[in-house]
Design a protein around this ligand. Structure first.
Ligand code: ZN
Length: 263
């Protein structure tokens, strides 16, 4: 699933292709906006907010998209063929470039002044210019009984983390994902570690949290369930976390990440 770093790069790509140019084509392939038409309007900018993308268009309009599980934005020279099959949800194109939103999880069109209806619930963005760690800690502290693994994925606390950064952050912090927020001694360290990991990858597609970007070496625990922990050799565990139907994969090392604080 695309996490904040991937979404950030999508925003940069969309910005390069669309910013400051007049749309000559807008093709919403979602029933709700089937008749929407943005042609003739200049695209102002695309910004990422956590895992959400906001493409602002002149005339106080914002196209909101979310990649969810398997979405992507594919940018190509104008006039090229679009991805085949019934996968394109939205096309935005100018004379030079076209951007095809493939398998997008959400597509909305709202007044720019009303973006908060879609993203106002989000906590501080890990990659945002308005990052505010104290605010994240305040939000986390509201539910001390929640397990830290669930809390980190709750975008109302902080925006941008998915299952990969969650698993890697908690491994590096040496904290079990099942430990309640209230029993984590240094929440600030976990939150700033998550930010450092994601920020270190914001401009690199070959994501790594180990410092090694060779294939298969980029993560400590994510994608390594059942294999030996790179630190202690114990077998990496896997499980599901969160309430149905929102449960999501979690991987962790029971030895390196104790459920209770040690010492
Ligand atoms: Zn271990």
């Amino acid at each position: 699933m695309p996490e904040g770093d991937v979404v950030h790069r999508a925003a940069v790509r969309l910005g390069r292709a669309l910013d400051g140019r007049v749309l000559v084509r807008s093709d919403f392939r979602v029933p709700r906006y089937a008749t929407a038409d943005l042609t003739g309007r200049t695209v102002l900018e695309t910004v990422a907010r956590g895992k959400h993308l906001l493409t602002r268009v002149e005339g106080d309009l914002t196209v909101h998209t979310h990649l969810r599980m398997e979405g992507s934005w594919q940018v190509s020279p104008a006039g090229r063929g679009l991805p085949r099959g019934d996968v394109v949800r939205l096309v935005l194109a100018n004379d030079t470039w076209q951007a095809a939103g493939v398998r997008l999880g959400m597509v909305d069109l709202v007044a720019t002044g009303q973006e908060d209806r879609l993203v106002g619930h989000l906590g501080p963005d890990l990659l945002g210019a308005d990052w505010d760690e104290a605010e994240v800690l305040r939000r986390l502290a509201r539910r001390p009984e929640t397990s830290i693994g669930v809390a980190l994925l709750d975008q109302r606390n902080l925006a941008g983390i998915g299952t990969i950064y969650r698993a890697e952050t908690l491994f590096l912090a040496g904290v079990s994902p099942w430990r309640p927020v209230g029993a984590v001694e240094d929440l600030g360290a976990i939150v700033s570690l998550a930010r450092r990991l994601m920020d270190g990858n914001r401009d690199r597609p070959d994501r790594t949290t180990t410092g090694d970007s060779r294939p298969g070496r980029g993560t400590w625990v994510y994608g390594r369930a059942g294999r030996p922990c790179l630190r202690c050799g114990h077998r990496i565990s896997r499980g599901e976390m969160g309430a149905e139907p929102q449960e999501r994969l979690i991987v962790w090392c029971r030895h390196c990440q104790p459920e209770r604080p040690t010492g």
